[in-house]
Structure formats: structure tokens, C-alpha cells
Design a protein around this ligand. Structure first.
Ligand code: NAI
Length: 266
């Protein structure tokens, strides 16, 4: 029997629409997390913006509301399970559902592999990997309770797959998060919870702009096939795909957004 496929304007427009959905973004106080919060809100989601610096979050909520969106700020330290539980309970009480969680919070350091202290390893692994684990687990437990499925999106890095000098613990943490994405996807699919990752290349933010515009940054750029760094908005397509109905059959995937950096091998 032939399998019929129907495509109409109605079936295609609105495929990325997030109206009625509740999305939570960790590390929303700056850079990529801040931008992703604006993007999710612009697509119609009510966005729970979370980070440790609540004052910066209030400013973001005001910006989202001024643009006609819905948002609320909740303090969150992803390294502390109690903080994650309190944040999710507050969000659940206020919004009554949780559909999308973006594990964006991350920290890095640059040091020779011989010089790293255990405390520095712990800080990097606790935030980038264990923090994402705690938030994903606690969020998934609540999503199962709501019985509406959901989408967990992990922000990894091309350094989950390739390596560069000075960032050994960060590479290990992102590689762990990349693999955790697939493990959790396997077990959560039966609850209609999808787990995917976005692996950005070098994305210019306020924090790294000075370095990326320096001579060392220019040298780095010459090794990227597109000869450009990404912008936060370069991640919009991948984010909306994974968050929305458009990505409903995707789970355990990692979308690389890097101007070709990974495939260059340089
Ligand atoms: P950023 O430093 O501006 O953002 C990181 C955010 O995480 C900040 O808001 C920070 O306050 C928050 N955060 C740190 N520790 C936290 C904790 N314990 N609890 C809650 N929030 C915490 O840096 P950026 O560039 O925006 O990075 C965002 C994510 O994207 C990170 O996971 C990073 O590893 C990843 N990434 C960034 C790339 C880039 O070129 N900018 C490339 C590849 C990945």
C-alpha cells in the first residue's frame, strides 16, 4: 500500500511555533543562554530564565515583556540539586507545565593540563556535566508527571568531539554531556521526552569578543572553513527545530553549528 504524504501551507507554517509551551533556560544571564531565551519567547513560549545572578535576569524578563513575550526569572545554581528542585517546583507551580529545558549553563578555564587543580576540574565538571545531569533528571521526572512529553536540549561544543590545548576538563565535560544526551534519549523516549544537543563552534559573545577579535582570534578564524565566527543567532534554527514540533521525530541527535570547523580537522 502506498504511503501518502500531504504537505500544505497550513501543515508547514507554524511548525516552529511554541505558543502555549513553557521553556526553561539555564545560564540565561548572559551570552548564548540570554539570546536563546529571547528566541524561545519570540517563538511564543513562556520562558523561565534562570541563573545565579537574578538582577540580570530581571532585566531580561523586562526585555522579553517589552517585545510582547512572557517570561519569569528564577534563581538557579545547577550544581546544587536543592536549588534545581526549588527552581523547578516554583516554575511548575507558576506555569503548570514544563515542555522545554535548555541546559546551557557552562564554565571554562584555560590552563596547561599539568597545572589544573582538582578544584578547577570539579568546578568545570560540576557545572557543564553534573549540572546538566541534575537539571535534566529533575526536569524529566516532572515532565513524566505532567504526561505531556518534552524536549531537553543540551548545549555541548565541537570540543565534545575534537580537542584543543588548555581546556582538557572542558573537553571531557562536553564529551560526557554529548554521550549523556544519547543515554537519556534512549530511556526517556518511552515518555515522549526527546533529548538532543546543539554543538556550537566559536560563537561571539560579550565574554569572548575581545579574544576573538585579537590576532590570536584571527588566526583561529583562518582555520574555520567559512572564515567567520558564529553569532548567538546562528543557533536559532537548531534551537527552534529541537524545541518544536518540527523536530518531533528527533531524539539522541547532536546538531553541529560551526561554520565547518569540525569537518576541517584543523
Ligand atoms: P557565558 O559565560 O556568557 O554563559 C554561561 C552562563 O552559565 C552564564 O550565564 C553563567 O552565569 C551561567 N552559569 C555558570 N555557572 C552556573 C551555575 N552553576 N548555575 C547556573 N548558571 C551558571 O558563555 P556562553 O558563551 O554564552 O556559553 C553558553 C554555553 O555555550 C556554555 O555551556 C558553553 O560551554 C557553550 N558554548 C559556547 C561557545 C562559544 O563560543 N561562546 C562554543 C561552544 C559551546
Amino acid at each position: 500500500m502506498a504511503i501518502s504524504t500531504t504537505v500544505t501551507t497550513q501543515s508547514i507554517t507554524g511548525i516552529f511555533d511554541l505558543s502555549g509551551r513553557v521553556a526553561l533556560v539555564s545560564g540565561a544571564s548572559s551570552g548564548i543562554g540570554r539570546h536563546m531565551s529571547l528566541t524561545l519567547a519570540a517563538a511564543g513560549a513562556e520562558v523561565i530564565v534562570t541563573a545565579r545572578r537574578i538582577d540580570l535576569l530581571h532585566a531580561l524578563v523586562a526585555e522579553i515583556e517589552a517585545a510582547g513575550g512572557k517570561a519569569r526569572a528564577i534563581a538557579l545554581d545547577v550544581t546544587r540539586r536543592q536549588s534545581v528542585q526549588a527552581c523547578l517546583d516554583t516554575a511548575a507551580e507558576a506555569c503548570g507545565r514544563l515542555d522545554i529545558v535548555v541546559n546551557n549553563a557552562g564554565v571554562s578555564n584555560t590552563k596547561n593540563v599539568l597545572k589544573y587543580e582538582d578544584s578547577e576540574w570539579d568546578a568545570i565538571l560540576d557545572t557543564n556535566l553534573k549540572g546538566a545531569w541534575i537539571l535534566s533528571q529533575e526536569a524529566a521526572q516532572r515532565m513524566v508527571g505532567f504526561n505531556r512529553g518534552g524536549s531537553l536540549i543540551n548545549v555541548t561544543s565541537i570540543l565534545a568531539d575534537r580537542v584543543t590545548g588548555g581546556v582538557g576538563p572542558y573537553c571531557a565535560a562536553k564529551a560526557g554531556l554529548s554521550h549523556l544526551t544519547r543515554s537519556m534519549a534512549l530511556e526517556l523516549a518511552r515518555y515522549a521526552i526527546r533529548v538532543n544537543a546543539i554543538a556550537p563552534g566559536y560563537i561571539m559573545t560579550e565574554l569572548n569578543e575581545e579574544f576573538l577579535r585579537s590576532p590570536a582570534g584571527e588566526q583561529l578564524k583562518s582555520r574555520i572553513p567559512s572564515r567567520t565566527f558564529g553569532e548567538c543567532s546562528s543557533l536559532d534554527g537548531a534551537l527552534l527545530l529541537l524545541a518544536s514540533e518540527a523536530g518531533r521525530y528527533m531524539t539522541g541527535s547532536e546538531i553541529v553549528v560551526d561554520g565547518g570547523h569540525l569537518c576541517s580537522g584543523l
